[in-house]
Design a protein around this ligand. Structure first.
Ligand code: PSU
Ligand code: MN
Length: 313
């Protein structure tokens, strides 16, 4: 897609625009992790470290957010700083774009929101921490992330999902919607803070080249769904499974007691788990995010290399 075909509300940073024009590998990054996932000031540091991790692997980062009445693809340092410090940022999933744009609100895009904007902007690879899913507390609280994964063809690199979610129901939904769940170097679904040894993935792949080959085959068949690449947290960074589980159980119970629901639920659970693990969960969270950014950049490089070769043939 050329920039002229994009919705008029889209705006690119100078760096991302240049990378697009030159056909360089790009990696989209979400921003709900900045506005709602991490406390200040770690959120800003993480956002910059994510971009540095993408660059260290030879790709250009495009952090996506809604600011100044625009869907911003790539942020300047000033924009990132403002986003990280605003106290009333919106959490922007698919239904929230128009509200944020018309009301001139600033907001962080979720996995679903970032997938939507990345795909429109022609960015095929996206790195995040964990995807949303089916909540345990309310059977009808199903994240829009799952719907987006079913219908938006991008490669999403994540560390699976937290066991605060109903992982069985989440994986069943992905199966129903035809989303390939790739275990990157693993046969089982990663559970964010822990490696995850319980739920099988639909396919195991071990290299960025294999991921790109798989995505080409999947989309070459005419499939429209995402390819969900799930990379376990680095072993040295993983939380003790029992500690993580207990913190998640307690947080979940508190959420039910306080009747916290809707968009507020995931941020509440994340915050409480961090408090209950004495900050250990945040260290693990940062490590897995950076690890995913690096893998996404490697995948983006292979993808672009193949596209260039295909054009020359
Ligand atoms: N899971 C995490 N950390 C996060 C999120 C999920 O471990 O920061 C964020 C992501 O942006 C995800 C969103 O897309 O929460 C899902 O929210 P909801 O369940 O309201 O759709
Ligand atoms: Mn929800």
């Amino acid at each position: 897609m050329t920039t002229s075909e994009l919705p008029s509300s889209f705006s690119f940073s100078v760096e991302v625009l240049a990378a697009r024009r030159r056909g360089l590998p790009l990696v989209a990054l979400e921003s709900t992790v900045i506005t709602h996932g991490l406390p200040r000031p770690q959120n800003l540091t993480l956002a910059q470290d994510m971009e540095a991790a993408v660059r260290s692997e030879g790709a250009t980062p495009a952090t996506i957010a809604v600011m100044g009445g625009k869907v911003q693809i790539g942020l300047t340092f000033d924009q990132m700083e403002r986003l990280a410090n605003v106290t009333d940022a919106m959490k922007i999933s698919l239904r929230d774009f128009a509200a944020a744009l018309t009301q001139g609100k600033m907001g962080g895009t979720t996995v679903a929101g970032t997938m939507f904007a990345a795909e429109k902007a022609g960015i095929k690879v996206f790195a995040t921490g964990g995807i949303g899913g089916v909540h345990r507390e309310h059977p009808f609280d199903v994240s829009t992330d799952l719907q987006a994964l079913a219908s938006i063809p991008v490669i999403v690199v994540c560390a699976g999902a937290k066991s605060i979610l109903d992982l069985r129901a989440t994986l069943e939904y992905l199966e129903t919607m035809g989303v390939p769940v790739v275990g990157y170097g693993t046969d089982t679904f990663p559970e964010f803070f822990s490696v995850g040894k319980t739920h099988p993935v639909s396919v195991r792949l071990d290299t960025p080249e294999a991921v790109v080959g798989f995505a080409h085959t999947h989309w070459g068949l005419g499939m429209k769904s995402a390819v969900l690449v799930c990379q376990p947290i680095p072993v040295g960074s993983a939380l003790d499974a029992q500690l993580a589980y207990q913190a998640e159980q307690t947080a979940s119970k508190e959420a039910q007691e306080k009747n916290i629901r809707g968009q507020a639920l995931t941020p509440f659970l994340l915050k409480r788990v961090n408090e209950l693990t004495g900050g250990k969960s945040m260290r693990a969270n940062l490590d897995l995010l950076l690890n995913n950014a690096r893998l996404a950049a490697q995948i983006a490089r292979v993808l672009i290399g193949q596209e260039h070769r295909a054009k020359r043939l």
